[in-house]
Structure formats: structure tokens, C-alpha cells
Design a protein around this ligand. Structure first.
Ligand SMILES: Nc1ncnc2c1ncn2[C@@H]1O[C@H](COP(=O)(O)OP(=O)(O)OP(=O)(O)O)[C@@H](O)[C@H]1O
Ligand SMILES: [Mg+2]
Length: 361
């Protein structure tokens, strides 16, 4: 059994000093708008993934007017206890420690204490451009495959250098063919590997995703996720080489896995344009639950499920469907938030599992 036993926050977002104990099954954080429910989930996200789920800049997680934040948590994992600590001081590098020992590479930590977060902000996966979706899939695959993460880091590194070279070339009106060829020979095999991994991953995610969507919506409509990449073209290396003139003009690499997309479809149409709010929300929940299943299969443990405002916008039938999954103990530890305590108390009272309400003031 994997769970978070306690969480301590110091100058993290709206918290000055705060400690809380969690039970191993259902924890329901309740309180008014702006009281810090989502922030608490984000602190747990830090301990698992070393970063915020919402802020791209860590300094924004330091409480206004303070110098540093510290988030620490005690986890129970495979009969052992571990303390994870993540801290940031203004102007310094973020630190991450396991049982008091600092990590040299944060990437070593990712995947060890997995969480899956379902939050209203997931909606940007549908509304934003392909970068959001790539980031989402990359984070998941990185959680289960360190090699993929390393490939991605390498790819982005060479891509940046190639782009810098293209920029210089444009300014000078000439380029160093050998140097460019060196970057290409480094980038292309990485692109191929990243493509293969994303393709296999999408294929392995689809059955669970479709199953969850069917379950939640009782088969109301068909959905699909289609992975699209320049690399799927059999002549990709040729295309890539032929594209040099364009790259040179635009001063960036215009083909490659950094352009991939994962298309979300409702029937044959883009979910973004043609999906109702309920269909979009169900799509995202199904996607996240499929993510949950992948981690569980890979690690043999159930990730901690962080559910932010999950009851909001879901109709009674879908809430009932979700709760039936909880009641069947499909999930391990759950930490959920609700701004309406009476609602969640009423909804959860029908479930037998152990539960705890944490009221924030
Ligand atoms: N760096 C920070 N320093 C101080 N306060 C912050 C910081 N970052 C966020 N906050 C505050 O945290 C509060 C929001 O907290 P949070 O999003 O966790 O609320 P919530 O309980 O989830 O509310 P809701 O029910 O509306 O979702 C806001 O008042 C915001 O100003
Ligand atoms: Mg919130």
C-alpha cells in the first residue's frame, strides 16, 4: 500500500506554517473558495513530480513577501517510510531530498512516488495548442520510462543548439554544413526513438481510456486520441534534410517530434470545437484514469489520486459512476477537494471506505 501519511508546509503559497495527517483511503479537503485546497494538492504534486501542477515558475509558489518555501511529506511505500522534502529559496536552485539525502538529479525521483491529479485546469489540454498535450504525454511517459525522459532532454538540448545555429546562419548569410550535419545525425535517431515510444504509449493507453469513457458515459458517444508526427512519414530523414532551406529562413527547426500532436476526437471531429462541457470533462477524467492504470501496471502500486473540484460540473449519474469505482476500491489513497462540505459529506457517506474530512479555515 502506498500513501502519504502527513504533509508539512512552510511559506508555501497561501500557507505560513501548516501540518496535516492523511488517512490511507479517502481524504476530503473542504473549505471556502481561496482557502488553499488546491494549493495543498499542488504541494503533494511537488513531492511527487518536483514541480507545481499549475505554476511554471517555482518562485510563484513562495508565499508573498517571503524568502523560501519548504514542502515535506512522509510517505508509506512498500512497508517502508520515506520523507521527501522539496524547498526553494529565492535566487537559488530548488532542493529535493529523500530521507535527508539531496538528489543530484531530480529525474531520479520522478516516478518513485506517483500521483495522478485531476483538476479543472486539465481543460487547457483541450483548448490550448499541441505543446500542452505533448507536455502532458511526456510527463506520463517520463514517469514510467527514465530512458524516454533522457532522450527527450537530449533531443531538446540538440534542438536548441541547432536552432541557435540556424539563427546565426541567417545573420551571417552562411552556415557550417558539417556542424549542422552533426546535429542532424544526433537529432534524427532521438526523434525516431521518441516517436516510437509515444506511438506505443498512445496505443497502450487507448483501450483503458476508451473503457473509462464508455463506463462514465454509458457508451453515449465515440471518442479517440490520434497521435500525429512528422516522423511517421517513412522518408522522414529525407524530408528533414529537404526542409533545411525553410529552417534557415525561419531560423528554427520546423520538422520533428517537437511538433507532434495528440488529437482529441469526438466521433470524427475535434473535441475542442464540437464537444460539450460534460463530454470534454468526461474525456479528461477518462484520460487521467487511464494514466492511473498505466502507472499502476508499471509500478505495481496505485498512485495517489488527487481530485480537485471533481464533483463540480459532473452530473449525478457520473458522480455515482465515479464513486462506484471508489467503492470497489479501484483506487488507493484519494485526496479530494470540495468547496461545498455538505455536498461531499452527503456524496461520500454512501461509501463504506475509511474517510477523513479536513476542514480548512
Ligand atoms: N505565492 C503565494 N503567496 C500567497 N498567496 C498565494 C500564493 N499563491 C497563491 N496564493 C493564494 O492562494 C489562494 C488560492 O488558493 P487555492 O487555489 O488553493 O484555493 P482553493 O481553496 O482551492 O479555492 P477554490 O475553492 O476557489 O478552488 C488565493 O487566495 C491566492 O492568492
Ligand atoms: Mg481550488
Amino acid at each position: 500500500m502506498f500513501s502519504l501519511q502527513s504533509l508539512t508546509l512552510h511559506n508555501f503559497k497561501n500557507y505560513e506554517d501548516f501540518s496535516v495527517q492523511f488517512c490511507p483511503s479517502i481524504n476530503c479537503i473542504v473549505g471556502a473558495n481561496g482557502v488553499g485546497k488546491t494549493n495543498m494538492l499542488d504541494a503533494v504534486h511537488y513531492l511527487s513530480l518536483t514541480k507545481s501542477a499549475f505554476n511554471s515558475q517555482d518562485v510563484h509558489s513562495i508565499r508573498h513577501g517571503e524568502e523560501l518555501f519548504v514542502v515535506s511529506g512522509k510517505f508509506h511505500l512498500a512497508e517502508k517510510k520515506h520523507q521527501i522534502l522539496c524547498g526553494l529559496q529565492q535566487g537559488q536552485k530548488k532542493t529535493l531530498k529523500i530521507d535527508q539525502v539531496p538528489y543530484q538529479k531530480f529525474t531520479e525521483h520522478i516516478g518513485l512516488f506517483p500521483v495522478v491529479l485531476i483538476a479543472p485546469q486539465d481543460h487547457t489540454l483541450i483548448t490550448e495548442g499541441s505543446e500542452e498535450r505533448r507536455k502532458f504525454f511526456d510527463t506520463i511517459i517520463s514517469q514510467i520510462d527514465q530512458n524516454y525522459m533522457l532522450n527527450l532532454v537530449q533531443y531538446n538540448h540538440y534542438l536548441k543548439q541547432r536552432n541557435a545555429l540556424l539563427k546565426q546562419a541567417k545573420e551571417r548569410g552562411t552556415w557550417d554544413n558539417d556542424l549542422l550535419a552533426t546535429y542532424d545525425s544526433l537529432l534524427l535517431p532521438l526523434a525516431q526513438q521518441i516517436y516510437e515510444r509515444r506511438k506505443i504509449f498512445t496505443e497502450s493507453l487507448l483501450p483503458a481510456f476508451l473503457m473509462h469513457y464508455q463506463y462514465l458515459t454509458e457508451g453515449a458517444e465515440q471518442v479517440h486520441i490520434r497521435y500525429e508526427s512528422d516522423v511517421e512519414n517513412a522518408n522522414f530523414p529525407r524530408l528533414f534534410a529537404d526542409n533545411l532551406r525553410k529552417d534557415f529562413e525561419l531560423q528554427r527547426t520546423t520538422l520533428g517530434v517537437h511538433k507532434d500532436d495528440f488529437e482529441f476526437l469526438l466521433g470524427d471531429f475535434p473535441l475542442k470545437k464540437f464537444g460539450s462541457q460534460g463530454q470534454q470533462k468526461s474525456f479528461l477524467i477518462a484520460l487521467k484514469l487511464a494514466h492511473f492504470g498505466i502507472i499502476q501496471a508499471q509500478k505495481g502500486i496505485k498512485p495517489i489520486l488527487l481530485l480537485d473540484d471533481i464533483f463540480d460540473k459532473l452530473d449525478d449519474k457520473r458522480i455515482a459512476k465515479l464513486l462506484a469505482m471508489v467503492a470497489r476500491q479501484d483506487f488507493g489513497q484519494i485526496i479530494l477537494t470540495d468547496a461545498r462540505p455538505e455536498r461531499s459529506r452527503q456524496i461520500l457517506q454512501e461509501i463504506e471506505a475509511e474517510k477523513q474530512f479536513i476542514e480548512l479555515k
